[in-house]
Design a protein around this ligand. Sequence first.
Ligand code: HEC
Length: 155
Amino acid sequence: MRLILGLVMSGLALGAARAAERTAPTSAPYSPDLAEIMLSAQWRHLKLSYAGAQKNWPLAEFEIGQMRKNFAEAATYYPKFDDTAVAKLIKEISEPALDEVAANVKAKDVEAFKKSFSRLTEACNSCHQAAGKGFIKIRVPWRSPFSNQEFTPER
Ligand code: HEC
């Protein structure tokens, strides 16, 4: 009986220790890695491109909003990354480029959208070059890897 009780008690103690292990790190503030924010921006860049090309304007608008959050997060957590003025470059180059894309989405102008989307893509690369990461070269996509998402608009 004592043995069983002992086993139960140690089992409980172990359970409590495990629970503590799982909850302990919550006091540490979460700060996302810049490369993770960028991976997220890369998906948005791709989805935005397809949404625009397919004239799915509500989806394009949604993806622009998501990319704005990526930029805001990058600027907040990494105003400076190594020696690169990330927040400044975002404010002066990337956000105006994204604003232009947003204006063309609002105007539902697919040709203007494509042109501004190329400029947005150049803005991605201009910061990568400034940061000494010119080998991370973003381009306008020509094929979607998202076979699980429909990009044509609802009718
Ligand atoms: C203001 C600066 C800046 C802008 C604008 C910017 N990036 Fe980046 N990006 C970086 C930096 C710096 C890194 C390298 C991070 C590191 O070394 O951990 C990076 C890395 C990346 C990576 C590599 C992530 C990985 O782990 O493989 C991708 C992909 C990327 N960016 C996509 C984009 C896209 C798409 C855009 C535009 C929509 C963009 N970036 C705009 C600064 C920027």
